[in-house]
Design a protein around this ligand. Structure first.
Ligand code: FE2
Ligand code: FE2
Length: 293
């Protein structure tokens, strides 16, 4: 088995050498500053010692990188599915090329992850979508919406990143995601959505937005673990402080714009009626955190 793994790794590494991004992590400086996570406004963080502050920052950074790595891994599965479901050779070539990009993104992030995660709830959700949905709703949800979201997300992470190699990697990923998003717009045709596809899109988009509206759960978890437990009564205040710059509201507004493709007005309207684009209140976010703690 290990000979098999060694063989796979060596063959993959030879292919990746053709798409190399130079550099490795040095591990000496935090990857992002406190403001990236809203920590600069949190008294609990300001009062912690330098070592604990560094631990909180590292936990927040690892949370971001783990999430991205899992999404890139999911992107490979999505492309594999779309290659098999393609209707013609040009479409198959398109998804093969995108899949190769996702495999490179997945490999590029790996050196920054001391421990590779098995999965997370968002990854499980993506996996379920890729396995159960038809190609057209997948092109809409994963390429038009999620990869479109990834363009601004990765560009923002790159702009604020303190590590020049990781910043260059994330910038390159943002450029690639813009091309993937454009490919999704070329493939997606709302007239081809069946009733079942539309039902799937409502349920899956609603679930996706519920995850996005729950606030900075990972930042709270980083503070909670590193500082030895945030009191339950202080959680609401903490979510309120972290949302001072309204990061969740901005993300949901961006998702709404991406979802608002011609012909998709009914979906967006139905989601808006269910308050799917409204961020959780600090009380709700704290409740979600307690239920998962
Ligand atoms: Fe990617
Ligand atoms: Fe992508």
């Amino acid at each position: 088995m290990s000979e098999y793994n060694d063989g796979l790794q060596a063959a993959g590494a030879r292919l990746l050498r053709r798409r190399v991004l130079p550099g490795t992590p040095d591990g000496n400086t935090p990857l992002w500053p406190p403001a990236q996570f809203g920590l600069d406004a949190v008294p609990l963080y300001a009062q912690a010692g330098a070592d604990l502050q560094r631990e909180v920052l590292d936990r927040c950074a690892q949370g971001l990188l783990r999430e991205s790595w899992l999404i890139e891994r999911g992107g490979m599965e999505f492309c594999a599915r779309m290659v098999l479901a393609s209707e013609d050779a040009p479409q198959r070539a398109l998804y093969s090329l995108i899949g190769a990009d996702e495999a490179a993104h997945y490999a590029w992030l790996q050196p920054w992850l001391p421990q590779l995660p098995a999965s997370d709830p968002f990854n499980d959700f993506l996996d379920h979508c890729v396995r159960t949905a038809a190609p057209q709703p997948l092109a809409y949800l994963l390429q038009v919406v999620l990869e479109g979201f990834g363009v601004v997300h990765y560009a923002g992470l790159a702009a604020a990143c303190c590590d020049t190699v990781l910043a260059a990697t994330l910038r390159r990923m943002a450029e690639d995601e813009a091309l993937h998003h454009a490919a999704g717009l070329a493939v997606f045709d709302c007239r081809r959505l069946s009733k079942a596809d539309n039902n799937f899109l409502f349920d899956a988009s609603y679930t996706f937005l519920q995850m996005m509206r729950s606030g900075p759960q990972r930042v709270v978890a980083a503070l909670d673990v590193a500082l030895g437990g945030v009191e339950s009564g202080a959680l609401t205040n903490l979510f309120d402080t972290l949302e001072t710059q309204r990061p969740s509201a901005d993300k949901l507004a961006r998702l709404r714009r991406l979802m608002s493709q011609p012909g998709m007005e009914n979906l967006v309207e139905a989601l808006a009626q269910r308050q799917a684009f409204v961020p959780a209140t600090p009380q709700e976010a704290a409740q979600i955190y307690r239920s998962l703690r």
